[in-house]
Design a protein around this ligand. Structure first.
Ligand code: SAM
Ligand code: SF4
Length: 335
């Protein structure tokens, strides 16, 4: 039952109904845009949330209005107790979903179904096997591709996330769109974002406008349909008429969607991040373990949320390594 205290409303009137929970800092892939080649310092196991703690924290958020939870990571499916986590969270009145690289997802079809997961986001940055290996530093293209087809066959709502990088996979934009011709999936092109250790620079990013240039050069105007975006949607959605699937662009860099942001993030070591780009965190786990209420900590964190991208409100600020290197690597935030 929703509490009326509105601790999830921030200073700009944004209500936060969507919680992303990162379950693990480790991954079975090594995507270069997500983590430094040398890896990231990992939290000791005792500093990570147990499944009971994940449930206890999630329950508080739900009490205050969260109705959507997405599990992420690292790779959430490599956490050994993922079936219990799914089962516990499925008992809450939320829409439960997951973001995965899909390398081992074929082993979890039943458990995902049994716990009411309907929507799955899968990362796939190239339709070319060699390029997949180059970006993820692992040779797992075939299984990921097969598993996307399997998820569709099993009736999941599948979104494929592709981070675009200039000179690497921007020449595959149309191949990705054609991938939606016979498959009822949504391919989402994500603008490459800066995080600690991912060697970001603006010239590597492929913008929303550039994606649409490719689209407009390939398809005539009457073929391109702009779809209605869902409320709080971070993506601009399109479809090629006659295609079963659709495509979208997530333009956090050139066209941020902070005005309608309804997301909060909980890291695997129990830190609340009020924004993907924020350099500050609030320690919910230590408070919970001390037997104290986490609600005042949550309220303070939500109140401190800045208007745009954790304070990096201009492209110039986003380009300052000093600012984004205070943040974590994406693998330890959870996208
Ligand atoms: N391992 C899972 C996966 O890859 O889907 C979940 C975690 S991953 C951190 C979540 C999402 O973050 C992925 O879709 C990935 O493409 C995205 N991501 C990671 N680093 C990014 C970056 N620098 N810019 C944009 N998106 C990024
Ligand atoms: Fe792993 Fe996902 Fe990051 Fe790739 S994007 S390294 S699959 S957590």
């Amino acid at each position: 039952m929703k509490d009326n205290s509105e601790i999830l409303r921030d200073a700009y009137g944004r209500d936060h109904a969507y919680l992303r929970i990162s379950l693990i800092e480790r991954c079975n892939l090594r995507c270069s845009y997500c983590m430094p080649e040398a890896g990231v310092p990992l939290s000791p196991k005792s500093h990570l949330m147990t499944y009971e703690e994940i449930y206890d924290i999630a329950k508080i958020f739900v009490k205050h209005g969260v109705n959507k939870i997405r599990l992420t990571g690292g790779e959430p499916l490599i956490r050994k107790d993922i079936p219990i986590i799914l089962e516990k969270l499925a008992a809450l009145p939320v829409e439960l979903s997951i973001t995965s690289n899909a390398v081992i997802i074929h082993k979890f079809i039943d458990v995902l179904k049994e716990n009411g997961v309907k929507s799955i986001n899968v990362s796939l940055d190239s339709l070319d096997r060699a390029k997949f290996k180059q970006i993820t530093r692992r040779d797992q293209f075939d299984i990921v591709y097969k598993n996307i087809l399997l998820l569709v066959k099993k009736g999941f709502n599948v979104k494929v996330n592709a981070v675009l990088m200039k000179g690497f996979n921007d020449n595959e934009i149309i191949d990705f769109i054609n991938f939606t011709k016979d498959l009822p999936i949504s391919v989402r092109f994500i603008e490459f974002m800066p995080f600690d250790g991912n060697k970001w620079d603006l010239s590597k990013m492929v913008s929303y406008a550039e994606v649409m240039n490719y689209v407009n050069k390939t398809f005539t105007e009457d073929k391109i349909e702009r779809l209605q975006d869902a409320p709080n949607d971070t993506s601009k959605n399109y479809k090629i008429k006659g295609y079963k699937g659709s495509f979208a662009i997530i333009s956090s860099v050139t066209n941020p969607f902070c005005d309608s942001c309804n997301r909060l993030r909980l890291t695997a070591n129990g830190q609340l991040k009020n924004c993907l780009f924020s350099a500050t965190e609030s320690d919910l786990l230590t408070t919970l373990r001390a037997g104290k209420s986490i609600e005042p900590v949550i309220q303070k964190a939500v109140q401190a949320k800045l208007k745009v991208r954790g304070g990096m409100d201009t492209l110039a600020k986003l380009q300052e390594p000093k600012l984004h290197n205070n943040n974590r690597s994406m693998i330890t935030i959870g996208g």
